[in-house]
Design a binder for this molecule. Structure first.
Ligand code: NIG
Ligand code: FE
Length: 418
């Protein structure tokens, strides 16, 4: 294939490319991270134009960057976060370490509702300042696409405030944001004895009004005994379906209510947490093409012992994504690399599965499988150059940052290598 390059194109040369492209296999027929060596990664504007054998690329006046044999991977995708909220819950964590359970804390108006109070009392600017720091940490370790949920406002005004801050973060930062409406996250105090009336408010007012304002692109529900019932979840999904909005769910985290099958019925994007998922649920999502999102930070922080059914998910070929679930109550961790490590150690994923979990499968969980999460022609030019040779190195040694360059839409945004 011959290619004509423009002066403004950029060639990344002399890298080991972990493309994560599932069609590239090594000589044993194994996928092996879709590794390519002696290939040029050619960028035009915001996208990858082509990946071609080095000797076939005619270099004219365009810029060539020598990657000096380093590893290049797709930018990391964090497909489940609650990044914008007021206050923190460190003292609650201390209570939990003194023996009080998460469910008990929720029942006493703590838990999610404590963050709801703090979020309602915070100005948009205060919310932005704290979320920006978290986003900085995630971007510094290579995140280029991130999902952010509402769900700590729980009324029209405060859900709007949270999602407007999400929009501001998206405008001010070199990162793509996927905003999600999670108004059905908890029953707010003013609806304590009438959760159905709150679901009315979500379905009839919050969801349609904020959709009209283009403040989100998908709808999530916390389907759990401390959240919303299956019937209430269905009502929210029906309201979303009326407007053609994709759905996803926090399901089977603390018990099995059957939320996974419900998400599958609606051809949902993802089912998240899923520690208590059973074979019926796995079978349902294998049919609907829904991604299983593993959240090892919450599993660890809640000292959960029930592991998600990894072998069943493998058996049914369900794509598994991994995310930080960054939130103040159950996963206050701004490192997706740490989550990859935890998914291997705690859940038994292979390092390659962990990489797929923050690239191709995370892209699918955000409805972006055709444009994000791989190094391939036509995909977004979002990638990371690491001070490493092997993909496993990135999740093996934590505590220092091996990122050399972070490239977003073809442009170097972070360069930390010393
Ligand atoms: O994803 N499970 C429900 N929602 C969050 C926890 C939110 C919180 O405790 O503030 C989660 O773990
Ligand atoms: Fe969550």
């Amino acid at each position: 294939m011959s290619i004509e390059l423009k002066d403004t194109d950029i060639i990344w040369r002399n890298a080991r490319l972990a493309t994560m492209n599932p069609t590239i296999s090594n000589i044993d027929g194994k996928h092996n991270y879709g590794i390519l060596e002696h290939y040029d990664l050619i960028i035009r504007d915001e996208k990858i134009l082509a990946i071609l054998p080095m000797e076939s690329v005619p270099v004219n006046r365009c810029k060539v960057i020598d990657a000096e044999q380093r590893l290049i991977t797709p930018g990391l995708i964090d497909c489940h976060t609650h990044l914008v909220f007021g206050g923190n819950r460190a003292s609650e964590w201390e209570q939990r370490l003194n023996g009080v359970s998460y469910t008990e804390i929720s029942a006493k108006g703590g838990g999610i509702n404590a963050t709801v109070n703090a979020t309602r009392q915070s100005s948009a600017q205060q919310l932005e300042i704290t979320a920006q720091k978290r986003l900085n940490a995630l971007m510094a370790e290579g995140v280029t696409t991130i999902e952010m949920k509402s769900g700590y406002g729980l009324d029209l005004e405060n859900e709007a405030k949270q999602l407007e801050v999400v929009q501001i973060l998206g405008r001010n930062n070199p990162v793509e944001i996927s905003p999600t409406l999670l108004s059905a996250h908890a029953v707010p105090p003013e609806y304590k004895h009438n959760s159905d009336a709150y679901i009315d408010l979500v379905c009839n007012t919050i969801l349609p009004t904020l959709w009209q304002k283009q403040l989100f692109e998908s709808v999530d529900v916390f389907c759990e005994s401390v959240g919303f019932s299956l019937e209430q979840t269905k009502r929210v999904f029906d309201a979303a379906r009326k407007l053609n909005i994709p759905v996803k769910g926090h399901v089977e985290q603390l018990s099995n209510l059957g939320g996974t099958e419900l998400v599958a019925d609606y051809q949902g994007l993802s089912v998240d947490h899923i520690e208590y998922l059973d074979e019926k649920g796995v079978e349902a999502i294998s049919q609907s093409g829904t991604v299983a999102v593993l959240l090892p930070g919450a599993f660890y922080f809640l000292q959960e012992t029930q592991r998600p059914p990894i072998n069943l998910l493998r058996q049914y070929h369900v794509p598994m994504a991994i995310s930080t679930d960054f939130n103040p109550g159950t996963s206050p961790f701004t490192s997706l690399r740490m989550m990859m490590n935890m998914a291997c150690v705690q859940f038994g994923l292979t390092p390659e599965e962990a990489w797929q979990g923050v690239t191709i499968h995370a892209a699918r969980a955000l409805g972006r499988a055709d444009s994000h999460g791989q190094l391939a022609a036509g995909y977004m030019a979002d990638f990371v150059v690491w001070d490493a040779k092997e993909p496993v190195d990135i999740l093996y040694e934590l505590g220092h940052n091996p990122l050399v360059y972070r490239v977003y839409r073809g442009v170097i945004t972070h360069g930390f290598y010393e």
